[in-house]
Design a binder for this molecule. Structure first.
Ligand SMILES: [Zn+2]
Length: 436
């Protein structure tokens, strides 16, 4: 087979090879090759190993990238975002700095509902255009696959519009997008006092319509290898959002229809959502800032991935970060997400999320790198395609201009990612002279 591209002479090539998910003692297993190289043919990685061995595969048309003094690693997989929306909420940030709480802002008509109003008013083209520039920045910081939630439509037509925008961006943009239906993000203002009626709308109208569209492949997934076996359904279970019983009702119906499950759990109050995630066999429970040890043990038993989102805690100016160390100790696979959203965390940079997770959630740099690659991919049902540098997987590869992987956690605030290769194609390069 023709070898199109070889990346060679890496100080450290982090393969992340081995079983997924990684947890407990293997949460920090990077499987590093020193003076490592990899060969790419078309969209796929075809060989990984020592530089001398891999260079011997080159032919006259093979392009080469010399990564001497640098590290090479899999593209980042962002396990939790709300990157598709219209408008921004810089004004609320200012209010919060002057003492307003998340609930104060929500009760004043701000919060998620202000993004819902802007998103409902936007055409699908406007949504795509605004979101594309954010995806460009994510790609420049090394994200090659991202989960994206709906949840700013909150009626059937606008939730479908969001799914359309996500599908279009997935087709047009280099980043692969994995959609999650989050019709139960917050109860929309027009259902105030009639919360259970909104839950019934989600259960009896939105879920079946979205399920039918998914089954007919009507714009919800691209014809690519990178497509999880089922669409995800998520619920924001917390004070000011949905109760545990409402969450159970929605997720149980979603599971019956064949959706995989994710849950916003334990961000502000512990309503029992992490335990529910374990009981229902959810793919992930996310946030987890106030989760108890016995709930972690239940998650470990059911293979629920803990998706930690330190950017949100930081974005809110709070200090009650999730206890990442405890999840590792309790053998729960840990992934990280940016939680990119207009209210609490406008952050495109996974390297910054890694820096936060190491300082405040007590992950080691190696554990955090597993969390943003193979474990995030596993939580999205795509660990067979991405998340490690393994022959047969998509060639989603980063070159970082640092001599050792620990620098990705040690440094912060600047972008260490020098080159991004997505599906075998060089899509971002800050030094094209390196390609020969
Ligand atoms: Zn979220």
């Amino acid at each position: 087979m023709p070898i199109d591209l070889i990346i060679h002479s890496a100080n450290q090539l982090l393969t992340l090879a081995g079983d997924a998910p990684k947890r407990g003692a293997t949460q920090g297993e990077l499987s590093i090759i020193r003076d490592g190289a990899l060969a790419i043919s078309g969209e796929k990685i075809v060989a990984v190993g020592d530089t001398l061995d891999i260079l011997s595969l080159a032919d006259s048309h093979t392009r080469k990238i010399n990564a001497r003094g640098k590290i090479v690693l899999p593209g980042f997989v962002d396990a939790h975002t709300h990157v598709v929306f219209a408008g921004d909420r810089a004004n609320e940030f200012d209010m919060r700095l002057q003492g307003a709480t998340y609930l104060d802002i929500q009760q004043a008509g701000g919060g998620i509902m202000s993004t819902v109003r802007a998103t409902r008013a936007a055409s699908v083209e406007e949504l795509v255009a605004q979101s594309r520039t954010r995806l460009d920045t994510m790609l420049a910081h090394g994200t090659t696959t991202t989960e994206v939630k709906t949840g700013y439509g909150l009626d059937t037509a606008n939730e479908l519009k969001m799914l359309d925008a996500i599908a279009r961006l997935d087709t047009d943009h280099a980043i692969d997008l994995i959609p999650t239906f989050l019709g139960a993000h917050v109860v929309p203002a027009e259902f105030k006092g009639r919360e259970d009626e909104y839950v019934e709308l989600v259960v009896t109208e939105m879920l079946p319509i979205i399920d039918r569209r998914r089954k007919t492949q009507d714009g919800l997934s691209r014809s690519s290898v990178l497509c999880p076996p089922s669409l995800f359904c998520d619920v924001f279970c917390d004070e000011g959002a949905f109760t545990l019983e409402q969450t159970r009702r929605i997720l149980t119906r979603a599971k019956e229809l064949g959706f995989s499950l994710r849950v916003h759990a334990d961000e502000f109050a512990n309503l029992g959502a992490a335990t529910l995630a374990a009981e229902l066999g959810a793919a992930s429970a996310d946030h987890l800032m106030v989760t108890r040890r016995e709930e972690m043990r239940a998650m470990a038993k059911s293979n629920v991935v803990a998706v930690l989102l330190p950017g949100t805690t930081f974005g809110l100016g709070k200090t009650n970060f999730a206890d990442g160390r405890a999840f590792v100790e309790e053998n729960v696979p840990v992934a990280l997400g940016s939680d990119f959203n207009p209210g609490t965390c406008w952050c495109e940079s996974m390297p910054f999320i890694i820096a936060l997770a190491c300082r405040y959630e007590k992950l080691t740099p190696a554990e955090a790198l597993v969390a943003v690659t193979i474990n995030a991919a596993y939580s999205l049902g795509i660990a067979e395609q991405v998340g490690s540098l393994t022959p047969g997987k998509l060639a989603d590869v980063l070159i970082a201009d640092v001599p050792d992987y620990r620098h990705l956690a040690y440094r912060f605030g600047a972008n260490p990612i020098e080159m991004v290769i997505k599906r075998g194609r060089l899509v971002q390069s800050f030094d094209s002279a390196l390609v020969t």
